[in-house]
Write a protein that binds this ligand. Structure first.
Ligand code: B12
Ligand code: SF4
Ligand code: SF4
Length: 362
C-alpha cells in the first residue's frame, strides 16, 4: 500500500478510516490532534465548576485533568489523533406526529432504544481498523470524562452554537457524538467558524431561561437536567415553566434554522430503528408512571435511556407535567400519588400539581 504522507500525517489511512466511518452509518467525521490539550474549553469547564453549574451532577467534577487531554493514562497513553464522529437521530416532523402521546413528551434522542450500545459496536469496528493499520486505538462512548463537544469542534465536525450544541452544517444538531482515540498520526481537520450570526431563537425560546449568556448553559435551570439528572424536588419557580416535558427537552434545537431541513417535510429518512419510538410508550400513559412499582420500572427501563431519570424521577416529572397540562381527568391519579407514593418528592410534586389544576379551574 502506498501511503501519502502530509506533514508527517498519513492521509491514506485517514481516508480509509473516514470511508469506514461513513460505511458504518456515521453522518460526519473529523480528526483532531489528541496530543494538544484543550485550553480555552478547559478554562470554560473550570469556570463552569467554579460557578457550581454541575448542580447534583457531582460526577462532572471528577478527574478534571482527564477532561483537558486524551493522551494520558486516563484515556490512551501516546494518543496522537482523535476521530470525532456524529450520528443523526431525528426523523422528519410528519413521522413524529404519529408517535404515541407519551413518546412525544420525551426528548427525541430518548424515544427509542439507548443509543450507547449501537454506537459502541460501530466505534469498536472503527478502532479495530485503526489497530489493523498498526496503531493502538480506544473507542469512547461515555466511558471516560471527555469534553466531546470541544473535541468535535476542534476536529471541524461542526461548530458550537449559542445553544451550546454542536451543529453539523447540512445535518444539524440532532446528532450524538462518539470518538476513537488512536496513536496513529492522522492529518487533522480545521475547525469551522461559528455561524449563528444575529440569530437568538434558541435563547429566546428556552422556557426556563437557562442561558445566562449566548453559548453558556446553566444546567441548573435546564429542563434536560431537571427531568433527567436532578433527584430532589424541582424549584417551585421553575415548575410551571417546565411545561409538558417528561424527559429531556429539545426546544432550543427545534427552533434552530440549522435543523429546519432535518425536521421538515423533505428531511432525510432515518434508517436506524433504534431511534424509532419504543412500542412500550403506546402502552404507557403518563398516569401509569405515577403508580409504577419497581417491577414495572425494571420492565420499562430495559434498553431505554429513560431509566436514567429513576422511577421516582419519572413519577415526579409526570406529576408536574399533568399539573401544567391542566386536564382535570388527571386529578384521581394525582390524588392517589399525593397520598400514597412511596417517595416524598413525588408526593409533594403531585400535591403541587393538584393545587395547580385547582387554580386553573377557578
Ligand atoms: C452533562 C451533560 C448534560 C447536562 C449539562 C449540559 C452542559 N451544557 O454542560 C444536561 C443534563 C443539562 C445535558 C443536556 C442535554 N444534552 Co447532554 N451531555 C452532558 C455530557 C455528559 C457532559 C457535558 C459537559 O461536560 N458539560 C460541561 C460543560 C462545561 O462542557 P460542554 O457543555 O461540553 O461545553 C464545552 C464546549 O461546548 C465548549 N464551548 C462552550 N461554549 C463555547 C462557546 C464557543 C464560542 C466555543 C467555540 C466553544 C464553546 O467549551 C465547553 C467547555 O469545554 C455530554 C457528553 C460529553 N462527555 O461531553 C452530553 C452531551 C453534551 N449532551 C448531549 C445531548 C443530546 C443533550 C440534550 C440535547 C438532551 C435533551 N434533548 O434533553 C440536552 C441539550 C441541552 C443543551 N442546550 O446543551 C449530546 C450533545 C450533542 C450535540 N449535538 O451537541 C452530548 C455530546 C452527548 C453525546 N455523546 O452525544 N447534557
Ligand atoms: S434543553 Fe430546553 S430547557 Fe435546556 S436550554 Fe434547551 S430549551 Fe432550555
Ligand atoms: S437557534 Fe440560532 S442562535 Fe441558536 S444555535 Fe441555532 S442558529 Fe445559533
Amino acid at each position: 500500500m502506498v501511503c501519502r504522507v502530509v506533514g508527517g500525517a498519513d492521509t491514506t489511512v485517514k481516508a480509509r478510516l473516514v470511508a469506514e466511518a461513513k460505511r458504518l452509518g456515521f453522518d460526519a467525521v473529523g480528526v483532531a490532534r489528541a496530543d494538544l490539550p484543550l485550553d480555552v474549553d478547559f478554562a470554560r469547564y473550570e469556570a463552569f465548576l467554579r460557578e457550581g453549574m454541575q448542580g447534583e451532577m457531582a460526577w462532572l467534577g471528577d478527574v478534571p485533568e482527564a477532561r483537558r487531554r486524551l493522551d494520558d493514562a486516563h484515556v490512551l497513553p501516546g494518543a496522537k489523533s482523535v476521530l470525532c464522529l456524529a450520528r443523526r437521530y431525528v426523523r422528519p416532523a410528519e413521522e413524529e406526529a404519529e408517535d404515541p402521546a407519551t413518546a412525544r413528551v420525551i426528548a427525541r434522542y430518548a424515544r427509542g432504544r439507548d443509543y450507547h450500545n449501537g454506537m459502541r459496536k460501530k466505534l469498536r469496528k472503527l478502532a479495530s481498523l485503526a489497530r489493523a493499520f498498526g496503531g493502538d486505538a480506544r473507542p469512547l462512548c461515555d466511558e471516560e470524562p471527555v469534553l466531546e463537544r470541544a473535541w468535535a469542534s476542534r476536529a471541524g465536525l461542526g461548530f458550537v452554537g449559542k445553544n451550546g450544541l454542536l451543529i453539523v452544517p447540512g445535518t444539524g444538531s440532532f446528532v450524538l457524538l462518539g470518538e476513537v482515540v488512536t496513536t496513529l498520526e492522522l492529518e487533522p481537520d480545521s475547525p469551522i467558524p461559528e455561524r449563528c450570526g444575529s440569530c437568538t431563537r434558541c435563547l429566546d425560546v428556552c422556557p426556563t431561561s437557562a442561558f445566562p449568556a449566548p453559548f453558556v448553559l446553566d444546567p441548573r435551570r435546564c429542563i434536560a437536567y431537571l427531568t433527567i439528572e436532578h433527584r430532589s424536588a424541582v424549584d417551585e419557580e421553575l415548575r410551571a415553566e417546565m411545561g409538558e416535558h417528561l424527559f429531556g427537552c429539545d426546544d432550543c434545537q427545534t427552533v434552530c434554522p440549522f435543523n429546519a431541513r432535518a425536521l421538515g417535510p423533505n428531511g432525510p429518512a432515518l434508517e436506524d430503528p433504534r431511534f424509532f419510538p419504543d412500542p412500550r410508550w403506546a402502552a404507557t400513559p403518563l398516569e401509569a408512571l405515577l403508580t409504577l412499582d419497581e417491577e414495572g420500572f425494571v420492565r420499562l427501563r430495559e434498553g431505554s435511556p429513560v431509566g436514567r431519570a429513576t422511577r421516582a424521577g419519572l413519577a415526579r416529572n409526570a406529576a408536574l407535567l399533568l399539573g401544567n397540562r391542566g386536564d382535570a381527568s388527571a386529578e384521581p391519579p394525582l390524588c392517589h400519588a399525593a397520598a400514597h407514593h412511596d417517595d416524598p418528592v413525588v408526593r409533594e410534586a403531585a400535591a403541587w400539581a393538584l393545587a395547580r389544576l385547582a387554580s386553573k379551574d377557578r
